[in-house]
Design a protein around this ligand. Structure first.
Ligand SMILES: [Zn+2]
Length: 638
């Protein structure tokens, strides 16, 4: 009794005492847990870095940089991993979801400075673009800001040598137990969700994703049948159900048009790849349609470089781009030209797409400082900005901002339009519905927003939702999965007996017992359980009298033998299933038929009773209802 604190599963059917066990447990499995610790992006946006442990395997997903800090806080705290030992000894692999620096920015620091020599996985486009963005960022930090304690160009090169490219849907066996698989995530070129699997348990990590296609990329797509134990989803826009895209686009075009008509300058800080391309396509066609000739500039080199990547990875874009690419390159623009040196000093209106997107340094910050005091000008922030960046302070409406030790008055118009491709509340709910995870975890979002969506998911889908803070360990107790071997002979017999052959269910009789001390599962026949654990077996008999015109035992036996080929016909009745269903005459005249059955045979008793109703006398009430064979697994006699 002591050991049996908790019982799993449902008693399927108690077996007859003399029967040998049908079910053979393949192995007693120690219950594995899934442990997840965010080192970044726990109740926060920025510096995504999450440690996942499934059984004995340790995986890091994303290794981002926090753009809001200039000191070591921008890196995840690697000393946390494996008690401060060598990362290579502890981590089985690192996976990067996409090229945004808040997801991959700390990678060279981790691999070359902290030291990690194990495998790093990312999709092929991410592998191509990642080093370019890392180098751009390094230049801003070292050449412009004069930092000396930062990773070098060589560090980036050496780090990238450790990277293994992955194709979509390809199952990559990291070792004999751990496998990973990438799915299309939309968001930016090459962005992927990753399924991480160890045995029966899996984690689906979304990275950043969007569930609706945009002008140049498709919507996130997970293959049917992917059912993760836990889904780790970003929640940047957890409380937003964004207005229609068209309305947002119209609004954007109107704001830009109004400003340039008044002679103002518009700056749009963007990331090099992603939203930039989408907004360029939009503005280009508007300029064409309205026959405008105000210059539009794009950060030097970026347009060409972006072009090259989209051409190389055309299969990652949406159908529309793929089609038009053959006739015309969607990213070769008539109205948008590369930025000329000093063009921000030119008098008169202009539009400038400039990097980086959060005004945390580089050219966009330099131009912003020059334009921010003129109320004729406008800044359009098309994406999310991490707290602490100049971009975030501008969005918050601050009127005086200190940048690099100098105060700036912010007089230009500020518009925040969320064009960045993240899933909104509707999209997140849609993904959960699609992949039916057992647990959900939110990361990459703000705590209050997560809390709101957590309530919604728990209420609507009845799935537990976790939202650990950075450094907080979340342990997911997984339900054990067990392999059970049923002899073929039993299965064949069951199929032969089943009155509904399309229903290929194999009945078996067993108790599933969980030992809480040893954390093991066992399958045992009810009889054995009764013997070993001092349980008393109580059986309950039920009976019903059916009024009939006449009892013909031969006829009845012939009817019922299809349900039990071993049925015993006696002089005064019939025994089925070793006497667990008995049929007797209830009076001398033979006008009352009594059916007695064990509670455990309720399913079969229904079938038998329904079959007998054809002999019922007209006075039998209530009128018989047609009966289906039992829906639960059908017991088989050994
Ligand atoms: Zn992103």
């Amino acid at each position: 009794m002591e050991k049996l604190k908790k019982k799993f599963g449902k008693k399927i059917f108690p077996e007859p005492a003399e029967e040998t066990p049908v079910v053979v447990p393949e192995k007693k499995e120690v219950l594995p847990n899934i442990k997840i610790v965010p080192l970044g992006a726990g109740q926060d946006v920025g510096r995504s870095c999450i440690l996942i442990t499934i059984g004995t395997k340790n995986i890091m997903v994303d290794c981002g940089m926090h753009m809001g800090y200039q000191d070591d806080r921008r890196f995840p705290d690697f000393s946390y991993i494996g008690g401060g030992g060598r990362l290579t000894d502890y981590l089985d692999c690192v996976i990067i979801s996409h090229f945004h620096l808040d997801h991959c920015g700390s990678l060279p620091h981790m691999s070359e400075i902290v030291g990690y020599d194990g495998p790093i996985y990312m999709t092929y486009p991410t592998k191509a673009i990642c080093p370019v963005l890392l180098e751009d960022y390094r230049k801003v930090q070292c050449d412009i800001k004069g930092e000396t304690n930062f990773f070098t160009s060589d560090d980036i090169k050496n780090c990238m040598k450790k990277v293994i490219g992955c194709a979509l849907h390809e199952i990559i066996q990291v070792d004999d137990q751990l496998s990973i698989r990438a799915f299309y995530a939309g968001h930016v070129l090459g962005a992927a969700m990753f399924e991480i699997r160890v045995g029966d348990h899996s984690v689906l990590y979304t990275g950043d994703y969007n569930m609706t296609p945009d002008r140049h990329l498709g919507a996130a797509r997970v293959l049917p049948g992917v059912r993760p134990t836990i889904l780790i989803s970003e929640s940047t826009y957890a409380t937003t159900i964004r207005d229609s895209k068209r309305a947002r686009e119209r609004d954007f075009l109107r704001k830009v048009h109004e400003t340039v008509m008044k002679g103002g300058k518009v700056i749009i800080p963007v990331f090099a790849l992603g939203r930039a391309q989408e907004l360029c396509i939009l503005l280009e066609s508007y300029w064409e349609r309205m026959a405008l000739n105000v210059p539009i500039y794009f950060s030097q080199g970026l347009a060409e470089r972006a072009n090259q990547y989209y051409r190389l990875f055309i299969s990652w874009t949406n159908e529309n781009i793929k089609k038009t690419f053959v006739e015309r390159n969607m990213f070769e623009f008539k109205h948008i030209r590369p930025m000329e040196k000093g063009c921000e000093e030119q008098p008169g209106p202009q539009v400038l797409f400039s990097t980086p997107g959060m005004l945390h340094g580089g050219q966009s910050l330099k131009v912003f400082k020059k334009w921010c005091a003129d109320p004729l000008n406008m800044i359009i922030m098309p994406g999310y900005c991490v707290a602490g960046t100049v971009g975030a302070r501008v969005i918050n409406g601050e009127k005086r901002i200190e940048i690099d030790g100098k105060m700036h008055d912010i007089k230009l118009g500020v518009e925040y339009m969320s064009f960045s491709a993240h899933a909104d509340a509707k999209g997140i709910m849609q993904l959960i519905r699609q992949c039916e995870p057992k647990h959900v975890m939110f990361v990459h979002g703000e705590a209050e927003k997560m809390e709101f969506l957590k309530g919604k998911v728990e209420k609507e889908y009845n799935i537990p939702v976790h939202m650990p803070a950075n450094g907080e360990t979340c342990v997911i107790e997984v339900e054990p999965k067990m392999d059970i071997r049923v002899p073929l002979e039993k299965i064949n017999k069951s199929i032969a007996l089943d009155p509904n052959p399309s229903k290929l269910e194999c009945p078996f009789v067993a108790e599933i017992v969980y030992d809480q001390e040893k954390e093991t599962l066992d399958v045992m026949p009810t009889t054995r359980l009764v013997e070993t654990e001092d349980f008393m077996r109580i059986s309950l008999s039920l009976s019903e009298i059916i009024k009939v015109i006449k009892i013909d035992w031969n006829q009845i036996a012939a009817d019922l033998i299809i349900y039990d080929p071993n049925l015993q016909q006696k002089n005064d009745g019939i025994e089925m299933f070793h006497g667990e269903i008995t049929l007797l005459a209830n009076n001398e005249k033979g006008t009352e038929l009594e059916v007695i059955w064990d509670e455990s045979r309720e399913g079969w008793a229904r079938v038998v009773r329904s079959s007998l109703l054809r002999y019922a006398s007209p006075e039998q009430t209530p009128p018989p209802e047609p009966q289906e064979p039992p829906q639960e697994p059908i017991p088989v006699q050994a």
